[in-house]
Write a protein that binds this ligand. Sequence first.
Ligand SMILES: Cc1cc2nc3c(=O)[nH]c(=O)nc-3n(C[C@H](O)[C@H](O)[C@H](O)COP(=O)(O)O)c2cc1C
Length: 532
Amino acid sequence: MTQGSQQEVEGSTLPGGFVSAVNLLLMPEDRFFKMAAGRLSFRNITALAPMVRVGTLPMRLLALDYGADVVYCEELIDIKMAQCHRVVNEVLHTVDFVAPDDRVVFRTCEKEKGRVVFQMGTADPDRALTVARLVEKDVAAVDVNMGCPKEYSTKGGMGAALLSDPDKIEAILRKLVSGVSIPVTCKIRILPSLEETIRLVQRIEKTGVTAVAVHGRLKEERQRHPLHCDYIQAVARAVSIPVIANGGSLDLVKTNADIEEFRRATGASSVMLARAAMWNPSVFASQGPLPVEGVMEEYLKYAIEFDNHAFNTKYCLCQMLRDKVESPLGKQLQAAQSSAEISAAYGLQEFYQQTQERLQTRRAALQSGSEPDRPVVDGDLTTMAVKFERREYPPQITPKMFLLEWSRKEKMEPPLYQMVQRSQDRGFQATVTVAGKKYRSSLWEKSKKFAEQAAAVVCLRVLEIPEGRVGEEESGLVCKRKRDGKTNGTAEQDSSKKQHLSAEKQQETQTPKTPVVANGDSRRADTIPEQL
Ligand SMILES: Cc1cc2nc3c(=O)[nH]c(=O)nc-3n(C[C@H](O)[C@H](O)[C@H](O)COP(=O)(O)O)c2cc1C
């Protein structure tokens, strides 16, 4: 379907001009129109654009608070993301994607689920799919950056370099569309002629993407160059998927009312803002922008609550200060080297202190096991706060043993243990995989041995299998003599012992050698298997 103006078409479900003006007031019903069958439709939305360093969690949450419908994360490069491990951070209540060097590369949380778009930099369909699958259940959509003209992006064939390789664009987008269950979008710049631009976007549309964002500048043009609104308009007419107009921050969009004007001027379905939002994210609020001093405080509170990296926080606050960066506050901010010092510059020491104490209490509660020990299921991982207490089991009996015997009886693969160690206290945490599901204790143990036993206990308790504790009813999983601690004796017992040893050996060889990291708290992979 080709349409006159994307705005008119959407007007049939929600009158043009209505969305922005009452954004905050009508959010639930409003959002109903923006979702199709639980998926983001990208129609009639106002979005926070992807911005390297700016689009981290605090900025995204703040933009949502002020009224943005959708928020893009900063561009993250596929190679780096593909090395990350997904970790549920129980202290911050976030999901973290953690690199082998323990850096949190991408952090997200429940509040933005359903509205956060993951933007990747990629030039490789397979790698793009690997990354998309890694984040699929934590984000609302995945986007491919095809507009970044910076050398670090284009030299790897990514960003704007893709614009001259439409076959590659098609291959990446098709792979993603067929490989993930969430919407796929891309963000482009315009090509030298209108015909080429339209041809490219029509080709993109055919891949099955849900929407396309168009930054109305050529890849050679800088941000100060005038925007080609006519190109965005022509593209919006030529395709039926929603077009998201972008590039108007400097001249066209200064207030919230301007957003609607920009949408009208481009005939696009939606609008995406980068710099206007970076300078003051309250531009998304119906009365916005609000005084930036208050906005910076709100930003900093999110940064503190979500343990944002101090340098990233500082960078974003400097962008908001703009020409006031040489003011006394600006100088204090520039001198700050930690989140505590940044908080002090804004008079938020108390908030910082209280937040630290709250997080510390939570960390300690998780550690000591005072958290309720009910299972928490997250995808294929089940976690419980369990500590392995040696004295609760007869001398020869361990939960690992019971789990192994049970899997043998059920004719399943032997349990597989993976170990991580964190640097702060050298604590260990194990994850056991049984029948394709993972089980882990949220509590850290002092030894690898105990960590594996704790993981086994979690699995046994969740599956309601006897674990061999003293006083537990006889299950027959492990022979009585062993339960009673009698190890001397018959050839039969010897052979049973050998079986255990060979199972042990087998488990050793099956323990994966890949590094595992978690929680952003400096953990190192530890692949040395423990004894049963
Ligand atoms: C600090 C900064 C970082 C950016 N990083 C990205 C990025 O990661 N991915 C991307 O597609 N565009 C990026 N851009 C481009 C913006 O998303 C947007 O296309 C451009 O700024 C024009 O929109 P505006 O006029 O609203 O600023 C960035 C822009 C800025 C100012």
